[in-house]
Design a protein around this ligand. Structure first.
Ligand code: ATP
Ligand code: MG
Length: 402
């Protein structure tokens, strides 16, 4: 009996990377290792068999001691960006008698635990030098299961269990399910960005989507304390922690925007407040991004969703900075964003009713078609550089861990 649970990890898009494939695979292997760090520690402390992550023939194999529940390992591995699917497996020597024995004990367990009645075997022979062809392997193993598990019948159309036999040169793996991963690319393979992160529904999804494509994300949050509460900020930290559960530790930059907002409210037309505040957010974020080696800004803006997100507003917002601004949600409908937020686990936290700095000085009728010339004229009444510099200097930094 194995002392370890084995998981076959498939790599999806990483496999398409041609010449760079080894680099992407190595990055993925590292990310999976990192996501299993807690289990490694646990195994060491308790003297269990070790946790290992190895690459072989385009697949990644994770081994973890039996003492750690299979579902827990599965959850940690399937959350890693770049993983397309994971199968908890059992391992056998690559000979038909051994595979047959393994298949019988695998099925016995399924009968005990799930009361299954029917099955089907599918086989794949990665080792073409093996003398028996795939359909014959399936037939032979099916026969052994029928003999060893008298209660089972074959059903090729709608079996309770479909047993996959993956025969390789050194060993054979048997499994009956593929758990979908997140897809995407391993974190760290696509630069670094700074995400403007509110407590709303959109920006956590936007952040997650960029991280999913391999970008290391840092987050930038603005509050207007004491107009916004400590509890509101804690909610944002909880959201960042959910992102960290996928991406590992996230660096969070926090700035009080109130001094900027007060100047705007005091000196500029009320209907321009929103767009002016947004331009300041972008410029402060840009400075912090540059200081931290972030190549681009990320927002959760979505075309047409609110006044500050009309085409004209987005253009005038962009004209405040020189770094590229990524808006991964730009073409999505709100319902699609909500569905994604539910899927990644941020939605329930996002809808907790806390105030955001953007709602503190909300104008009654915000401009929806701002003109850059007019906005620049309003900004000329402010000491823009000093306001930005002071904000950047007041920055607080936290490392948010899962
Ligand atoms: P979200 O659900 O992300 O809050 P939203 O639909 O409420 O988005 P806005 O409030 O207009 O839209 O914000 C648009 C974008 O501006 C957000 O997605 C986020 O990137 C950024 N943003 C808004 N408020 C903040 C904040 N307090 N701190 C940092 N970024 C913010
Ligand atoms: Mg918001």
């Amino acid at each position: 009996m194995n002392e370890q649970n084995i998981f076959i990890v498939r790599t999806g898009e990483v496999a398409l990377k041609g010449m760079n494939k080894p680099y992407f695979e190595k990055m993925l292997q590292n990310r999976i290792s990192q996501n299993l760090r807690e289990f490694k520690k646990q195994a060491e402390e308790n003297g269990w068999s070790p946790v290992s992550v190895r690459r072989n023939e385009g697949l990644i194999f994770v081994r973890a001691p039996k003492e750690i529940p299979e579902e827990k390992v599965l959850r940690q591995v399937s959350r890693v960006f770049g993983v397309s699917s994971v199968s908890p497996s059992v391992e056998s020597k690559s000979d038909l008698d051994a595979i047959g024995e393994c298949a019988v004990s695998f099925m016995m367990k399924q009968i005990e635990e799930r009361g299954i009645k029917t099955f089907k075997v599918e086989a794949k022979r990665a080792d073409k030098s093996f003398p028996v062809k795939s359909p014959d392997i399936a037939r032979i193993i099916g026969g052994k299961v029928l003999k060893g598990c008298k209660v089972l019948k074959v059903d090729v159309h709608n079996p309770d269990v479909k047993l996959f036999v993956d025969l390789r040169r050194d060993e054979t793996f048997l499994y009956d399910r593929k758990v979908s991963g997140m897809g995407g690319l391993p974190l760290g393979t696509n630069g670094r960005g700074l995400s403007l992160f509110s407590g709303g529904i959109d920006s956590p999804v936007a952040t997650w989507m960029m991280a999913k494509r391999g970008m290391v994300v840092e987050v930038m949050h603005f509050h207007s304390y004491p107009y916004t509460s400590q509890r509101a900020q804690e909610k944002v930290e909880r959201l960042v922690r959910i992102i960290a559960s996928y991406s590992g530790t996230v660096k969070m930059h926090i700035v009080n925007l109130l001094p900027v907002q007060e100047q705007i409210v005091m000196h500029c037309p009320e209907d321009e407040t929103t767009i002016l505040v947004r331009r300041f957010m972008m410029r402060i974020a840009e400075q912090i991004a540059k200081k931290n080696g972030c190549q681009m800004l990320i927002t959760g803006e979505d075309l047409g969703q609110v006044a500050s997100q009309t085409a004209d507003s987005l253009v005038v917002t962009d004209q405040s900075v020189s770094l590229p601004v990524m808006r991964p949600l730009i073409g999505m409908d709100k319902m699609e964003i909500i569905d994604r937020a539910k899927e990644i686990g941020t939605y329930e936290t996002s809808i907790e009713p806390y105030e955001d700095c953007c709602t503190v000085f909300l104008p009654k009728h915000p401009v929806t078609r701002p003109k850059l010339s007019k906005i620049l004229e309003s900004e000329s009444k402010l000491d823009v550089d000093k306001l930005i510099q002071d904000a950047v200097l007041s920055e607080e930094v936290k490392e948010i861990r899962y």
